[in-house]
Structure formats: C-alpha cells, structure tokens
Design a protein around this ligand. Sequence first.
Ligand SMILES: CC(C)(COP(=O)(O)OP(=O)(O)OC[C@H]1O[C@@H](n2cnc3c(N)ncnc32)[C@H](O)[C@@H]1OP(=O)(O)O)[C@@H](O)C(=O)NCCC(=O)NCCS
Length: 171
Amino acid sequence: MQIEIRPMMKTDCEAVGSLHARAWLEAYRGIIHDEFLDSVSIEKRIENWQKDFEKYQHLTRLVAVLENKVVGFVVGDKEREEIPEIESELWSLYVDPDYYRRGVGEKLYYALVEEFQKQNFKNMNVWVLPANTRAVSFYQKMGGELTSFKKTVTVGEQKLPHISYLRNLNQ
Ligand SMILES: CC(C)(COP(=O)(O)OP(=O)(O)OC[C@H]1O[C@@H](n2cnc3c(N)ncnc32)[C@H](O)[C@@H]1OP(=O)(O)O)[C@@H](O)C(=O)NCCC(=O)NCCS
C-alpha cells in the first residue's frame, strides 16, 4: 500500500472537511453528548475548511493520499497553551475510519515530527481525551511520554478533561 504524505492544498478542503466530520463523529460517539454530535454537519465542516484555508497558511498541514484519495490529515504548529516547557503541538490528526489500522496515522505523525525537527522545535505535545482509548494507545505507541499537564475543553455543555503526551524532537 503506497501512502503518499504531502502538504495540504486548497483543493483538498472538501475531502479533508468530509473526513474530519466523519472521523470526529466516529471517534467521539459515546464520549461527547449525542445532542452535540448530532448537530455536526459535514457541509458546514467543509465550508469552514474552505473559508479558513488561506488564513491559516502558517500552520503545518499535511495529508495522506492513497490511490488519489485523501485518507488522513495532520495539523500542527506552535504550542497553544503557553506552557513554557513546550514548543510545538500536534493540533489534530484524523484518519478516514475506512482506513484505520493500516499505518496512515503513523506516517502522518512521523511526517509532522520531521517537519517540526526542520523548524527546530525541541519537543511536540499532543492533547487527548483519556476516554479516546484508541488515540491514547496510538500516541503511546508513537513514543509520547505522559505529562502532568492537564486542560479542560468545553464542548457544548460538557467539560472534557484532557491529558497530554510529549515527544522530545532532539533525536
Ligand atoms: C488515532 C488514529 C489517528 C490512529 O490512526 P491509524 O492510521 O488507525 O493508526 P496506525 O495504523 O498508524 O497505528 C499505529 C499504532 O497505533 C496503535 N493503535 C492504532 N489504533 C489502535 C487501536 N484501535 N487499538 C489499540 N492500538 C491502536 C497500534 O499500536 C498501531 O500499531 P499496530 O497496528 O502495528 O499494532 C485514528 O484512529 C483516528 O483518526 N482516530 C480518530 C481521531 C482521533 O482520535 N485522533 C486523535 C486525537 S487528535
């Protein structure tokens, strides 16, 4: 299976937006309240990606392509919580649910690591919901170290505590 990793282009917005909504709904059903999930629209998500594409040019955005189809994406940049010890952050990583467990996530993860090493970041953090056990297993497998940092994200009416995994990039 030949997976190509390349920078995201404006023409990928439709595929990325659709994949984002589908993977988000699949990952968080049973974790985030149904009322909130049921309000998520694939069309709206696509629209947001298209609207914000130019505005967020400074971010590192990569897509995974398999047989001309976008099957995953990763987005990252500087760390957003202003934690002095942390330099960069993997903001989001989503794989098309039809392509789980074929190494797409791993390829995207290491492509971002390589990109951040070129940008001279010393470490990379990722926030994850402990209830998202698949993502927790994934980040553990990728070699992230569980930190003592915590943050709570409010989604609709729900407060969701996150944990984080940090990776040293000086290797
Ligand atoms: C987490 C996610 C990115 C993993 O992507 P993937 O392409 O399926 O993962 P890979 O095939 O590259 O897996 C690499 C390793 O991660 C671990 N892993 C991945 N999925 C796992 C699962 N369901 N259960 C346990 N371990 C898992 C395994 O160790 C796996 O290696 P192996 O297959 O050799 O055992 C994907 O499931 C996803 O997009 N989930 C929804 C969105 C999400 O939760 N994103 C993370 C939060 S931002």
